[in-house]
Design a protein around this ligand. Structure first.
Ligand code: T3D
Length: 264
């Protein structure tokens, strides 16, 4: 796929989406938001895509909303206000990522600020270069965390740490983010993409449908009671139990061989 602000590159079952405005630390423009939504739509539609990596070009992962373009918005001339902009752009993108029935790995190569950090938090797994950093930059310009940061962050790091990160906008290192529970792994910067591709390849060979159901279950469990979640687990297990990959997994176990999952 040819886009202006992102790269869309597939290798086997692994799709890599690269935010590609390196001179601006991949700050997010409306074009980028539109292209990301299109890319995730393609990723959902294309059965051959079974895992996605989200990363950034150059020295940054993503510096959040492009602030120069905010300055140019004029609601009195028919442009979006802040709330309208979020509702039309970031909010559907974040939901689209959570609802993608395939794993998304953030390969955080550099600074992730504001909505750029939210994008990383919306992924299913997060690897970061040891040179990466994270900040809830919103407060520094008098805004509030958005694009899901308030929801994701409290669940990942707990309310005490989340509140300090959001109130102070402190920039934390990859190691601190790992210690806080934001990251799955920190790796040397020059091996980040190899590690991300190896993990993505492993997940791309896994039972894709079950991964989609696990994503749904995890998000459901975060906001429902135990009784409701038990019921939803039963629903999802019903669906997983009908997949070809489950049949293959069961058969392979009984035949004492490695399974070959097709993502169906
Ligand atoms: O309605 C809505 O859309 C609301 C949505 C809001 C969502 C948000 O994300 S609000 C938060 C927006 N992001 C920020 O406030 C972060 C701003 N950037 C920074 O604080 C710093 O750049 C960083 C801490 C991320 C990195 O610092 P550093 O020293 O490594 O890099 P730098 O020199 O500041 O930036 C390098 C270039 O990127 C520079 O451009 P130049 O001068 O070389 O031409 C800088 O202006 C540009 N840049 C960085 N962040 C942004 C940006 N340009 C536009 N928008 C940015 N967010």
């Amino acid at each position: 796929m040819a886009y202006e602000t992102i790269l869309y590159e597939q290798d086997g079952g692994v799709l890599t989406i690269t935010l590609n405005r390196p001179d601006k630390l991949n700050a997010v423009t409306d074009t980028m938001l539109h292209e990301l939504r299109d890319a995730f739509k393609q990723a959902k539609r294309d059965e051959s895509v079974r895992a996605v990596i989200l990363t950034g070009a150059g020295r940054g992962f993503c510096a959040g909303q492009d602030l120069a373009s905010v300055k140019e918005r004029d609601p009195s001339a028919g442009g979006f206000s802040y709330g309208e902009h979020l509702r039309h752009t970031y909010n559907p993108l974040i939901l689209q990522m959570r609802e993608l029935p395939k794993p998304i790995i953030a390969a955080v190569n550099g600074v992730a600020a504001g909505a750029g950090m939210s994008l990383a938090l919306a992924c299913d797994l997060r690897l970061a270069a040891d040179t990466a950093s994270f900040l809830q930059a919103f407060i520094k310009i008098g805004l509030v965390p958005d694009s899901g940061s308030t929801w994701f962050l409290q669940r990942l790091v707990g309310p005490t740490r989340a509140m300090e990160l959001m109130l102070r906008g402190t920039r934390i290192s990859a190691q601190e983010a790992l210690d806080y529970g934001i990251l799955n792994r920190v790796v040397p910067a020059d091996s980040l993409m190899d590690e991300a591709r190896a993990l993505a390849a492993e997940l791309a060979a896994a039972p894709t449908k079950a991964i989609g159901y696990i994503k749904r279950l995890a998000d459901f469990a975060a906001t429902h009671t135990l009784a409701e979640t038990l019921e939803y687990e039963a629903d999802m297990q019903e669906l997983a139990g009908r997949t070809a990959d489950h049949a293959e997994g069961l058969q392979a176990f009984l035949e004492k061989r490695a399974p070959t999952f097709q993502g169906r």
